[in-house]
Design a protein around this ligand. Structure first.
Ligand SMILES: NC(=O)c1ccc[n+]([C@@H]2O[C@H](COP(=O)([O-])OP(=O)(O)OC[C@H]3O[C@@H](n4cnc5c(N)ncnc54)[C@H](O)[C@@H]3O)[C@@H](O)[C@H]2O)c1
Ligand SMILES: O=P([O-])([O-])O[C@@H]1[C@@H](O)[C@H](O)[C@@H](O)[C@H](O)[C@@H]1O
Length: 541
């Protein structure tokens, strides 16, 4: 691996626009000793039996559970290659913060703050800063936990080559100043390199974001509505970026402003043919984010939507399926909603009848400014409100599903410039408990919006890139052909408020379930069973 020269925490090494490291196949943190797992130079190969329970209800209403299993084989390419991350909205608070964070980690920077010296880290990244239980030590009987990113060969964020687009032409150093997220002592160490980073001009269709964003729009391509020229320009930008940096692949993410929802109109965006025709005809209902998604699909570049709008109209999802391209979304799950998806899961699974959730937040960054416009707020209100649906639907004891009973739930977002990126989330959870009692949980949560979202941008890129290197097949299936994941990457759900899932499949919002699904899929790729936490070895002896 060619790693950048690591500074000692002082100035970034002068003139050190170092070659980004290439994460070649590295020795694993652990190896699996099993007849079902083979490591060769190219791949990790595993045989995995997927065990579930099939349930059916007999005519007389009896519920019958039948264990079922499917034998799979997984093949993961070990060499990561050189990976690029292209952000739409690169000059925004998230885009600048994640870029600065990766550079600071790449150079091992430290910086002075009022609380003392701080050092770069990847806290808040489930991939880089969380661990998973591998198993139990044969000698001590204690849990052995390993970094999540050691489960399979993954891109290291330090190695990511970063670029992107923005309708604002500020270079990344100036945009970082505008964002007001990071400490001056850190920004000063990165200013030289970030001032050389300039967002590519982007497409700007005013009707899709708040009018108050217009004063930023000084870096835009000609044309104020969809056209194939925009699709082809974005595709060319991706190709040029790959060629310029010698990349093996690029992952693209939307971290631009929240758009209003697009109407789903038969004949306009409901099929591939209609969507492409609508783009060609400049239909006003095709959003910039959908144009980016279409361009990425056609360029076989995974595209992830970090905002709540309905970028992935039916025609776009169909196009991705046709091209075996990958999509993920929607809306980074960073603070208030992340807490909600854990707390609601706990309350309902504890048999406590949650009866109302009041979620209020105010923030003063540009995201909040954009969301102060009703149509853009509505996109966010939807993604922040649906997060409890699966947990409520799973408990027919507390909630009368026949009457569509569920907790009252309100979401309020207010723009208060004074608090900047330091978003305040105030929540009240009210519940019925034993024998007519009540429990009220009130929470005040200062969620540093960009410092919480940036690690998610990293996780989404790293996991999406990993998925491009995993193939599967069912043992004994006639054609024996290796296949890829479904185009809609629901494995990314843990990082997203409104998880996009393959059409017709259930949406899981419960945070613990989302994390287990992702971790256990990665475990299966190295032939390991899901961690059941039964620890029978400590109970039955
Ligand atoms: N915690 C979080 O910060 C968080 C959590 C969930 C979702 N999000 C979403 O992530 C997005 C970015 O958040 P942010 O705080 O960085 O916002 P921001 O307003 O600071 O950044 C958005 C950037 O997108 C640019 N932009 C707008 N339209 C564009 C286009 N068509 N092409 C290219 N660039 C465009 C803007 O100029 C701006 O620089 C928002 O949609 C927000 O709702 C943020
Ligand atoms: O992720 P989360 O903290 O629930 O939700 C956040 C909202 O509360 C906030 O108003 C918005 O600016 C962010 O984009 C993010 O969506």
């Amino acid at each position: 691996m060619i790693m950048a020269p690591h500074a000692t925490g002082d100035e970034v090494p002068h003139g050190s626009s170092p070659q980004i490291g290439i994460t070649a196949a590295k020795p694993e943190t652990f190896t699996v000793n099993s007849p079902n797992v083979v490591y060769n130079d190219e791949h990790v190969l595993s045989k995995y039996t997927y065990r579930t329970t099939q349930v059916h209800t007999t005519g007389d209403g009896k519920i019958v559970a039948t264990p079922a299993e499917v034998a799979y084989e997984f093949k993961t390419q070990r060499n990561v290659g050189k990976v690029g991350m292209m952000l739409v909205g690169w000059g925004g608070n998230n885009g600048t913060t994640v870029t600065a964070g990766i550079l600071a980690n790449r150079y091992n920077l430290t910086w002075e703050t009022r609380e003392g010296v701080r050092a770069a880290n990847y806290y808040g990244s489930v991939v880089m800063a969380s661990t998973v239980k591998l198993g139990t030590d044969v000698n001590t009987g204690r849990e052995v936990n390993v970094p999540l990113h050691s489960l399979l060969p993954m891109a290291h964020p330090n190695d990511l080559v970063i670029g992107g687009w923005d309708i604002s032409g500020l270079d990344l150093a100036a945009a970082t100043e505008r964002a007001k997220v990071l400490e001056p002592s850190l920004k000063s160490k990165l200013r030289k390199e970030m001032s050389t980073m300039k967002p590519l001009p982007s497409i700007y269709y005013p009707d899709f974001i708040a009018a108050n964003q217009e004063d930023r729009a000084d870096n835009i391509l000609p044309g104020s509505k969809a056209c194939m020229e925009h699709v082809e320009k974005i595709r060319q930008d991706i190709r040029d970026f790959k060629a310029q940096h010698g990349l093996d692949k690029v992952i693209c993410q939307w971290t631009a402003n929240t758009e209003r929802y697009a109407d789903i109109i038969p004949g306009v965006n409901d099929t591939v043919a209609n969507l492409l025709a609508s783009i060609g005809a400049g239909h006003p209902e095709v959003s910039p984010s959908t144009v980016f998604a279409v361009a990425c699909v056609l360029e076989n570049t995974p595209f992830i939507n970090g905002s709540p709008q309905n970028t992935f109209v039916p025609g776009c999802i169909e196009l991705a399926r046709q091209h075996s391209a990958f999509l993920g979304g929607d809306d980074f799950k960073s603070g208030q909603t992340k807490m909600k998806s854990a707390l609601v899961d706990f309350l309902i699974n504890a048999g406590i009848k949650l009866t109302s959730i009041a979620s209020y937040n105010h923030l003063g960054n540009n995201d909040g400014k954009n969301l102060s416009s009703h149509k853009q707020f509505r996109s966010k209100e939807i993604s922040k409100s649906n997060v409890v649906d699966d947990m409520v639907a799973a408990n027919g004891i507390l909630y009368d599903h026949g009457k569509n009973e569920k907790p009252d739930h309100t979401v309020v977002i207010k723009y208060l410039p004074a608090v900047g990126d330091h978003k305040r989330a105030l929540d009240e959870y009210h519940a019925e408990i034993f024998m007519g009692g009540h429990q009220t949980i009130s929470m005040y949560n200062v969620c540093e919006d960009s410092l919480l979202a940036s690690p998610l941008i990293i996780d989404l890129v790293v996991i999406a890139e990993l998925v491009t290197r995993i193939q599967w097949r069912k043992v004994g299936e006639d054609d024996g052909k290796w296949k890829g994941f479904h185009s809609v990457l629901s494995i990314l759900s843990y990082m997203l408020k409104a998880p996009l899932t393959p059409p017709g499949t259930p949406v899981v919002n419960a945070l613990a379930k989302q994390r287990s699904a992702m971790v256990n899929i990665l475990r299966a790729c190295v032939g390991l069973e899901p961690e059941s936490d039964m620890t029978l070895e400590h109970k039955l002896f």
